[in-house]
Design a protein around this ligand. Structure first.
Ligand SMILES: [Zn+2]
Length: 318
């Protein structure tokens, strides 16, 4: 009897220890399962966060840059997909220019475009009788995508207003409120004879006269007028390219600097003065839309850092 009792006790102890071990094992498994779950959760959170960061428009990141990247000047990418380092700020007042819309902080560019504006302003005042330039948007301190423009990203573009500078220094408030003037009629189909002066032709011709200029964009109606008035000297007209808008300002684009390896020039332009078929295309009557056609507005996705050259990430950190 004593022996039987002992055996029962041993069996009970054994089964208890087995159950405890199993319980421990189960608990450990739960713990590791929990850990793995937490790990996956954290990973998913991180991925969500990176995805979100990646989805931030590059424009927002570049708008935050208030100063230039203090390194030698270099442009990265193309005019409509890029950025630049080593930027310079155009002085807001010069002997022959004033910068407009100062609150935007867009009077930055590579030293070449800054030098170009200063030179054009001085030359056109001294030689063409233009009273002085009102300078519109150039680039942000480090370039990148900028609201209201497709290009202006690599520090090689600038807008020049068609409103001549008044013969006095504009106040900061006036630089925000004063608008440029259009040289076209209200329906934008013709040149406004009350506004247009021969000095405009001189200004446009001067603007493209420097070898660093790739092109300028002007409204097709303006190009048509320049083609008509240019006379025998027509070579310069090649760099005057028709584009929509551009009736109250013109846009100057410099070519990439020699040796600036990551700067992407735009394709070469066709030979000739561009006053023929190329210009006529702009005046062809538009095709009528089919009946029942409904225009569906699809908002364009903003460019993220992933869409810009890799070097632009570095430019943001410099
Ligand atoms: Zn422009």
């Amino acid at each position: 009897m004593k022996y039987v009792l002992k055996s029962i006790l041993v069996i009970m102890a054994l089964s208890l220890s087995i159950t405890t071990a199993a319980a421990h094992k189960e608990a450990a498994k739960h713990k590791s399962d929990g850990k793995a779950k937490a790990k996956t959760k954290a990973k998913a959170k991180k991925t969500r966060k990176t995805k979100k960061a990646k989805a931030v428009p590059a424009r927002v990141l570049f708008e935050k840059m208030t100063k230039a990247a203090d390194v030698p000047p270099q442009s990265f990418g193309s005019y409509a997909k890029g950025c630049f380092a080593g930027g310079q700020q155009l002085a807001i007042n010069g002997p022959a220019w004033q910068v407009m819309r100062l609150s935007r902080n867009r009077n930055w560019g590579t030293p070449r475009i800054v030098a170009y504006i200063e030179k054009l302003a001085r030359d056109t005042k001294a030689k063409d009788g233009w009273p002085g330039l009102l300078v519109g948007d150039m680039s942000q301190p480090r370039g990148g995508p900028v609201s209201g423009h497709a290009s202006h990203q690599v520090g090689l573009d600038t807008d020049i207003w068609l409103r001549p500078s008044p013969d006095r220094r504009l106040s900061l408030a006036e630089r925000e409120s004063l608008n440029s003037i259009s040289v076209l009629t209200k329906n934008k189909k013709k040149i406004n004879p009350d506004i247009w002066k021969p000095a405009y032709l001189k200004l446009y011709r001067r603007a493209v006269s420097y070898k660093e200029v790739g092109l300028i964009f002007v409204n097709p109606v303006i190009k048509r007028r320049l083609c008509k008035d240019a006379g025998k000297d027509r070579k310069w007209l090649r760099k005057v390219r028709p584009w929509r808008g551009h009736y109250s300002h013109f846009h100057v684009r410099l070519i990439c600097a020699k040796g600036d390896k990551q700067c992407k020039n735009q394709p070469k332009m066709a030979a000739g003065d561009g006053c023929g078929a190329d210009l006529a295309k702009w005046f062809k009557p538009k095709k009528k839309k089919k009946k029942g056609f409904k225009f569906k507005f699809v908002p364009k996705k903003e460019m993220t850092l992933a869409g810009l050259p890799r070097a632009c990430r570095r430019v943001l950190k410099q």
